[in-house]
Design a protein around this ligand. Structure first.
Ligand code: NIG
Ligand code: FE
Length: 418
């Protein structure tokens, strides 16, 4: 980016989440505050925020290449969605019918549907088709205000299928440079069909054959394991996390969606960046997370779609811990990448305040992604922001959960085409 490429955003009704420097992780009571500045401007140089201030002290427009008038709309840092599976083939609305008729997620999986259904389809689909479908979903996420996003593999479940998914994610990263994208290797999402009844051998294959290839091609920032009842055990999770750590790859674990699985404890023990889902959580998990560097992450979209309990986010914050919320965008348990909806569910179903829920999808989402220069407005941060219509108050963002409030999205200093 040329340093001459300067953008001024003026007449911002309310600048939301503005700090002098990066806020880091917000935990406990600190999650309940969002610094705001009324009637403000933001200056952007290249892809980064240069500074901000009140309109009474606005810089001359002369030095700017472009001026955007926010027309008293509110300006927010982009959402940071730390958990998605948005590379997939086809869709699973047939299972949606099964769920309406009363089948559970576990019953569908036991019948050979679920993740294995998506895996069959993915292995038949070309890399180009996967890339096109994922690009469409990614553009929708960006238009909804998402500026940073994690994407997992986990529908290949074969050496070739997993590498194909991870190469698609790598290509997305190259093409969508205005988004911050992180890739996670989730070979341990389910046991591939070829290994049916031989789970131990499947895990050996992941560790001995696939992980070294993933590491050699630098295809993954993180490794994930679905550590839950009927999927992978704590021992298998520990083996995979241990092997990944030898390649310098940290964990982001699926835990406690279907049962209290021990996934939180093993994640914390191996220094996982986050433990995700947590629809079920006991005092033991809270104790394990306290003082750790692992971000508890909840996915209320999956609770909504599957009709399972919501994570006790309120309890986690009240215990002084941080909390991130993410979309879990995937075809089986959360076919939506809307982070506004996630933030609304955080308030409506998990009883987070609007401030807590906003911090969970921005500042703490960035931390759960391992991205340090997003999720808040501060000098040096990426200029990834969205502008809304004028709002009566902060809570309106989560309250008006279907109103199309976003008028403009700017990613790393560039306006998204309308
Ligand atoms: O995070 N729980 C495991 N994995 C996904 C669901 C994947 C699927 O059903 O395709 C999740 O909910
Ligand atoms: Fe998931």
């Amino acid at each position: 980016m040329k340093s001459s490429n300067r953008l001024l955003i003026k007449n911002i009704g309310m600048l939301v989440g503005a700090y002098e420097c990066a806020p880091g992780v917000l935990r406990g009571l600190a999650m309940n505050s969002v610094p705001m500045l009324a009637d403000a401007w933001v200056a952007v140089e290249g892809d980064r925020i240069e500074g901000f201030g009140p309109m009474s002290d606005a810089p001359s427009e002369d030095g700017f290449h472009q001026v955007v008038d926010a027309c008293h709309g509110w300006l927010f840092p982009c959402f940071c969605d730390s958990h998605t599976h948005l590379v997939y083939a086809g869709s699973r609305e047939g299972e949606f019918r099964d769920k309406i008729a009363g089948m559970s997620y576990e019953e569908i999986a036991r019948r050979g549907g679920g993740i294995l259904n998506s895996s069959d389809l993915l292995n038949e689909t070309s890399e180009d088709e996967l890339f096109e479908a994922a690009s469409r979903r990614l553009r929708q996420c960006a238009a909804g205000g998402t500026g940073a996003i994690e994407i997992k593999s986990g529908y290949g479940l074969t050496v070739d299928g997993e590498l194909k998914m991870l190469r698609v994610i790598k290509r997305l990263r190259e093409v969508f440079q205005m988004l911050e994208i992180r890739a996670t290797f989730l070979g341990a999402h389910a046991v591939g069909r070829a290994y049916s009844g031989r789970q131990g051998e499947y895990v050996d294959m992941l560790i001995d054959e696939l992980l070294p290839k993933v590491a050699a091609e630098h295809l993954a920032d993180y490794v994930d394991v679905f550590c839950d009842e009927g999927f992978f055990t704590v021992e298998e999770t520990a083996r995979i996390l241990g092997a990944a750590s030898r390649f310098g790859i940290r964990g982001k674990i699926h835990a406690n969606e279907l049962a209290v699985s021990g996934g939180v404890q093993v994640g914390v023990e191996y220094g996982a960046l986050s433990v995700d889902h947590l629809e079920r959580i006991t005092d033991e998990e809270i104790v394990a997370l306290a003082g750790s560097s692992t971000m508890p992450t909840m996915l209320p979209g999956a609770s909504f779609f599957l009709g399972i309990p919501y994570g006790k986010g309120r309890q986690v914050i009240d215990a002084g811990l941080p909390l991130a919320l993410a979309s879990d965008y995937n075809p089986g348990s959360s076919p939506s990448g809307s982070m506004r909806f996630v933030a609304s569910l955080g308030c409506i179903k998990m009883k987070l305040t609007p401030e807590e829920s906003l911090n969970a999808v921005t500042v703490n989402g960035a931390a759960a992604l391992g991205v340090s220069d997003m999720g808040a407005i501060f000098p040096g941060a990426y200029a990834s922001v969205f502008i809304t219509t004028p709002l009566p108050s902060l809570a309106y963002l989560q309250y008006a959960y279907t109103e199309p409030l976003i008028t403009r999205v700017i990613l790393k200093g560039q306006s998204l085409p309308a």
